[in-house]
Design a protein around this ligand. Structure first.
Ligand SMILES: NC(=O)c1ccc[n+]([C@@H]2O[C@H](COP(=O)([O-])OP(=O)(O)OC[C@H]3O[C@@H](n4cnc5c(N)ncnc54)[C@H](OP(=O)(O)O)[C@@H]3O)[C@@H](O)[C@H]2O)c1
Length: 297
């Protein structure tokens, strides 16, 4: 139960909707948010009620997130920060150094959750560096992103440390219900990026979602976010617009019915709006991204 002396770091004391609202519900700060806008977006998210900020080394805005946390006046223990290690920073010692730089940029002596961003390159060595940093108290929890359940299980089995969470694409067109179940069976939470498919897929114009949203007097965006929360998924939502940041937080005062959940389940196409992580072309794409991002800081 929440208590007066509890802070967000003490997640074990928070239950039900409180945990869902503060720990699971995340304002994502994607690469596409320019550095100049990041601080304002994070401060708006805090004013709205978000307490969990998702950034990444490859978004090049960790320093601005750190600046916003410092400027917010919030107790660090009441903010939850996730960052992700970029593929180019995988390697024994190399991952450690990169996380120490992230700590500097975030102006903190610990990070709540650090994820391996992609299942490419030497993720075993990177994972062992994260395990060591967690043992030293520099990281509270460690996890992965975009890993198949098989690769996450492999990592857990051969290092003895299970990822706390796998952050994957999940939205009404690519629902990942089987993966969520298989991950949960191994003690791994599912996190969802691109709940709206980044607008690429027409999800926000889907007539069935529009019908369900209208029945609750909500927007399609709110219905999707609520659907993910009710599935027990840790949701990431990103906007650069203050009105949408507020809209996206307004999902804790309504509940989708079982019929709504069943109707949305029927929309699953079973395939990604973005990448097939098993395709060799996806490795080529990420190799190009590594090159493109080398010069950025
Ligand atoms: N682990 C990974 O590999 C990975 C990959 C991608 C993303 N992520 C994380 O997940 C977060 C969310 O995913 P995402 O940004 O890729 O995709 P998304 O949430 O599906 O889409 C974001 C887009 O939706 C728009 N939007 C936001 N709220 C809206 C609303 N209420 N009504 C209409 N449009 C709305 C935003 O526009 P405006 O900004 O213009 O409002 C933005 O263009 C990211 O910020 C990032 O932190 C992680």
């Amino acid at each position: 139960m929440p208590c007066a002396d509890c802070h967000l770091s003490d997640v074990k004391y928070l239950a039900g909707d409180t945990a869902a609202r503060y720990f699971d519900y995340t304002s994502g700060i994607l690469f596409v948010i320019p550095k100049t806008e990041t601080k304002e977006c994070v401060l708006t998210a805090f004013e709205t009620g978000f307490r969990h900020i998702d950034t990444a080394q490859s978004y090049f805005n960790e320093a601005e997130v750190g600046e916003a946390i410092a400027a917010s006046g919030l107790d660090r223990r009441d903010v939850f920060v996730t960052t992700k290690v970029w593929i180019d920073n995988y390697g024994a010692g190399r991952t450690r150094d990169s996380v120490l730089r992230s700590l500097d940029r975030l102006r903190s002596d610990y990070i709540d959750l650090v994820l391996l961003h992609q299942p490419f390159n030497d993720y075993y060595a990177a994972w062992r560096d994260l395990i060591a940093l967690q043992q030293e108290g520099r990281i509270r929890a460690i996890g992965v992103s975009n890993f198949s359940t098989g690769r996450a299980a492999d990592l857990a089995a051969f290092t003895g440390v299970t990822p706390a969470l796998n952050q994957i694409e999940a939205n009404p067109l690519h629902q990942r219900a089987d993966e969520q179940k298989a991950l949960a069976a191994r003690g791994i939470r599912t996190g969802a990026w691109a709940p709206f498919g980044e607008g690429k897929s027409g999800i926000l114009d889907n007539p069935e979602l529009a019908r369900i949203a209208a029945e609750h007097g909500r927007t399609v965006a709110q219905a999707i976010l609520r659907w993910l929360v009710q599935r027990g998924i840790a949701v990431l939502t990103k906007s650069t617009h203050a009105n949408r940041i507020r809209e996206n937080f307004g999902i804790f005062d309504f509940t989708l019915t079982d019929d709504d959940m069943t109707a949305i389940a029927r929309l699953d196409s079973g395939s990604s709006v973005f990448f097939d992580y098993d395709a060799p072309e996806t490795v080529d794409l990420f190799m190009r991204l590594v090159d493109e991002r080398k010069g950025l800081a």
